[in-house]
Ligand binder design. Structure first.
Ligand code: CO
Length: 155
């Protein structure tokens, strides 16, 4: 497992429409393992494969409700609305205000190709929407009503 470089806004890979995973092979497992250590190292809530330069429909999410690996995820229904703050590991030093559904249901496959469903509320739903947008080349800054600079971190 190794931490991969997280590409920053301006890199064309972030604007690509990602392709579906067809081969549930070792390469996919390696990608998922690397994404896990990368999102943890960066202390992110989620990470999409194009953010590590791989234009495949793969995301990982961890917002404190368990660690999820979503391969070929699709949102099948949404409910309600929430407006709140959002950031992205590929848009460093910024945050924005984005309106998202308050609840989403999604279907996805795991690393072995097995189908699953999930229901997400609140911040988890926001993370699912944000990460799935990455797979279609969409950044939160495209949808934000405002984007602002974060104060520099006290380290
Ligand atoms: Co992001």
């Amino acid at each position: 497992m190794s931490i991969r470089y997280v590409v920053q806004t301006g890199d064309p890979v972030l604007r690509q429409k990602c392709t579906e995973v067809k081969n549930f092979n070792k390469e996919l497992c390696d990608l998922l393992d690397d994404m896990k250590v990368t999102v943890r190292a960066e202390q992110g809530a989620g990470l999409a494969a194009p953010q590590v330069g791989v234009p495949l429909r793969v995301v990982v999410i961890d917002v404190g409700e368990g660690y999820f690996e979503l391969v070929n995820p699709v949102i099948i229904s949404t409910k309600g609305e929430q407006t709140g703050a959002e950031g992205c590991l590929s848009v460093k030093g910024k945050q924005g205000t984005v309106t998202r559904p308050n609840k989403v249901k999604a279907e996805y496959r795991d690393r072995k190709g097995k189908k699953h469903k999930l229901t997400a509320d609140g911040f988890f739903a926001r993370a699912v929407c944000h990460e799935l947008d990455h797979l279609d080349g969409i950044l939160y800054t495209d949808k934000a009503s405002e984007v602002y600079d974060l104060p520099p971190e006290d380290v």
